[in-house]
Design a protein around this ligand. Sequence first.
Ligand code: SAM
Length: 206
Amino acid sequence: MILWFRYSFSKYSRYKYLFKLILNQKPKIILEIGVYKGKRSIEMVDLAQCFNKQIIFYGFDLFEKITKKKIKDELSKNPLNKDQIFTKLKNLFPKSKINLIKGNTIKTLKNFKTKNKVDFIFIDGGHSIDTIKKDWQNVKKLMHKNSIVVFDDYYDDEHISKKFGSKKIIENLEKKYISKILPSKDIVVIGNKKILNSLVLVKIKD
Ligand SMILES: C[S@@+](CC[C@H](N)C(=O)[O-])C[C@H]1O[C@@H](n2cnc3c(N)ncnc32)[C@H](O)[C@@H]1O
């Protein structure tokens, strides 16, 4: 519970909603696109374990397959290696099932199959519109009627949103989904611009 509360004091205000949603939904199966150093993965699994002893976690990232070009094209960051993250997560959560999938989600997520649909999905991988659009296409098939999908990087800027971030995807969601931009005070600097960056909650309409 303290995990999301501390976001009230953190420089990232938007992530407290990620944890509020987990508190409400109590997911058993969590999928994160873009693991990076595992910070958010740890926080999400830790909180979800308060409600279910065993969490199934799927984490997708390029890990050591990242290139300088990808970092530039995807406005991305340099993640840790897959083995490093796996050891970290497995040591912290020995009872949970930790699955890390290495590679470009355009391929890995497309080929991904699970026996059970996923309760909670956090989309925070590549930041190009093309990648986020494909991630969304591939994530839809993993949803059940009560699944929650959270997109990061909704940039409140028309010009930047022509190339990067989730705004265009959210604006073009099919009618069967509802979306809600969550409150945020977080500012990201892209180029020389300071832009408001928010999370967006997406669900299937009742
Ligand atoms: C912003 S970071 C994720 C941060 C993490 N979710 C957190 O909150 O701590 C983005 C991550 O996405 C990964 N990434 C970028 N493009 C990708 C792609 N096409 N396929 C898989 N992973 C990708 C990067 O390697 C990077 O680790």
